[in-house]
Structure formats: structure tokens, C-alpha cells
Write a new protein. Structure first.
Length: 343
């Protein structure tokens, strides 16, 4: 089997995979637990990775986004990527994950070796978050949202250019382009691509309200405004899928609707005119490159196409297993979410 320690039997810190999270060293630390724990490491601020732990270990950006979404009250242990925190006998280091603003992978070192937990990751990053920082480890715990060979995305720059062209063509035709993108992460990526190309943007409040955190950390959206009343006219509207029939969107009719998602054309449904395959998750090739960069002895695969990716990795010479109870699509984006809501 391939590995990063020359055949040594390093096992890394003890892990237990629970349906609600990953327990490290008997509960000394939890990774992305969905129920409150004493100390929970939160890799990023999407709701399916967050709980109200007594103490939350995360990046400053994730802490700011969580405060913006849920208000004050949580006790945060904020650490920048690259900083190491001592937790019992463990050294815990956050590393860039490339998923959304503030996202981090967790590198955990103990007396028995090292574990890298990717959380949600994208090696190349995006316009609003830096690239991932994989590190060699003994045990890798990776997601597999797009973990099959048929999930290969075109270069992100090409997709962004196509989005800008769609927006400009639609506006020139006297119609309003509407981009469906979930409120945290994807919406800001779309806004950044459009505003950097001088396309005016009106963003739904669910996305707009989070932009203050992005601006605080140095990401500007020149020419963007909040969607309110008639502000969506003569602008590209960015709105979470669940709000695509909001009155402020409909006031800007006639509309052309585009879904922005790694699921691409599989997200097309009646009422959706175009799909742009832009994801904040790694595609198949990205997942393989992440694994190879880490050169682990053992791999645990979670979410999405976990069984398929684990089998593929075994064929490539890695010791890999899909974790029971952690299969199925990640909760922050599934194809059906882009269908127009029924009244």
C-alpha cells in the first residue's frame, strides 16, 4: 500500500466516527460535530458543520461569519491558518481548505502519528478564499462530494467568464439575469466574478448581509447593492435558490435564471435556463490530487460518493474505506435545491 511513512505502523490520534461528528481521543476534541460538545473544531460556517459547543476552535473568518449568522454568545478560540494549538497531548493546526472564506482543514498530531481532516475542500480555492494547503499525514479523512470520475469541472476561470457573458448578454437584451447561489460562499464567489468585470449586482439580503464580513477581511464587491424594491432592475441578481420567487426578484422581470453549482446541467429544471458548473468542492481530479499530496497510510472517506472514491483509491494502492453513516450528499448543496419552490 502507498503511504507517507515508509511502511511504519503509525495510526495517528484515535478517531471515532459518529453520525453527528468525528470524536478525537475519547472526546478531547470533536471535528464538525452537529451536537454541542465541550470543544468543537468547526472547519467552516456552513450550517451542517456548526453547533453551539462550549468552546469553538476555528479561524477568525469563520468566527465572524458565525457571529453574523447566529449572534454573540459562543466562546471562540480563534486561530489563523498555520497556527498550532495544544489540546491535551495533541497539536492542532488549521490549514487553508479552499472551500469558502475562513474554511480550514484540521491537522492533528499526537504521540501515535498525524491525522488530516479536510472538512469541505477545494485545492485551487476561489476568488474569495485562498487555495488549500494539504500536508503529508499518516491518516487522511476526506470528503467525496464529487468523488467519481464523471465529475470533472471545466477551469473555474472559463466558467466565470461564461457567467459574465451571460449577464451582459441578458442585460443587453433588456432582461434580468438571476444567479441562484446559496447565501454563504457561492453567492460571494458569483458577486466577486461579476463585480470584478464591472457587472452591476443586486444581492438578496441573505447573501448581502454576509458580505460585510467579506469586506472586513479584504474582499470588495464594487458596484454591488442590496436587492430591495426595484434595485434588481438593470443589474444581475444573486439570490439563494429558496428565495428565487421573492417579490423583489419578480419585480425585475423579464428574468433569465441560472443555477451556479457543481452539479451543472443536473440542476436544470423547469424555470432554470442555464447552469454554470462552479463548485466550492473539489472535483474528482481535485480529490485525487489532494490524496496524493498527503500521501497517507490510511484514508477514511466521507459524504457524497464515498464508496466509489474509496474503491478507486484502493485500486490506486491506498488503504481506503468509506465510513458507514457518513455517505450521501453533503447538505449544503444538492441538485434538487434549484427547482423553483411550489406555492
Amino acid at each position: 500500500m502507498k503511504g507517507g511513512s515508509g511502511g511504519a505502523t503509525l495510526r495517528g490520534p484515535r478517531l471515532r466516527f459518529d453520525a453527528k461528528g468525528i470524536e478525537v481521543e475519547g472526546g478531547l476534541l470533536w471535528l464538525d460535530a452537529r451536537e454541542p460538545k465541550t470543544l468543537g473544531l468547526v472547519t467552516h460556517a456552513h450550517g451542517d458543520h456548526v453547533a453551539r459547543h462550549e468552546t469553538i476552535l476555528c479561524t477568525p473568518e469563520t468566527a465572524a461569519l458565525m457571529r453574523r449568522r447566529t449572534g454573540e454568545g459562543a466562546r471562540f478560540m480563534e486561530r489563523r491558518c498555520g497556527e498550532t494549538t495544544r489540546v491535551g497531548d495533541l497539536n492542532v493546526t488549521l490549514l487553508q481548505a479552499g472551500h469558502i472564506l475562513g474554511s480550514a482543514m484540521a491537522y492533528v498530531e499526537g504521540p501515535g502519528g498525524s491525522v488530516l481532516y479536510t472538512g469541505d475542500a477545494k485545492p485551487e480555492g476561489g476568488l474569495t478564499c485562498p487555495p488549500a494547503e494539504p500536508r503529508r499525514c499518516d491518516v487522511l479523512v476526506t470528503e467525496a462530494t464529487f468523488g467519481r470520475p464523471d465529475w470533472r469541472f471545466p477551469p473555474a476561470a472559463e466558467t466565470r467568464a461564461a457567467m459574465v457573458a451571460f449577464a451582459r448578454e441578458t442585460l443587453e437584451a433588456g432582461e434580468t439575469p438571476v444567479f441562484l447561489a446559496y447565501a454563504l460562499g457561492k453567492a460571494q464567489e458569483v458577486m466577486k466574478a461579476l463585480t470584478d468585470a464591472a457587472v452591476p449586482v443586486a444581492a438578496h439580503g441573505a447573501a448581502w448581509n454576509l458580505c460585510a464580513v467579506y469586506r472586513h477581511f479584504g474582499f470588495a464587491f464594487p458596484g454591488a447593492r442590496k436587492l430591495k424594491g426595484t434595485s434588481g432592475r438593470q443589474a444581475a441578481i444573486v439570490v439563494p435558490p429558496r428565495w428565487q420567487n421573492a417579490p423583489d426578484v419578480r419585480r425585475a422581470a423579464p428574468l433569465r435564471i441560472a443555477a451556479v453549482t457543481g452539479w451543472g446541467d443536473r440542476a436544470l429544471s423547469p424555470g432554470v435556463d442555464r447552469a454554470f458548473p462552479l463548485s466550492d468542492h473539489a472535483d474528482y481530479d481535485g480529490l485525487i490530487s489532494l490524496v496524493e499530496a498527503c500521501a497517507p497510510e490510511r484514508i477514511h472517506v466521507l459524504h457524497g460518493y464515498a464508496e466509489e472514491l474509496a474503491a478507486d483509491l484502493r485500486a490506486r494502492g491506498f488503504e481506503a474505506t468509506a465510513v458507514a453513516g457518513h455517505s450521501g450528499p453533503d447538505e449544503d448543496e444538492v441538485p434538487g435545491m434549484f427547482a423553483p419552490p411550489t406555492a
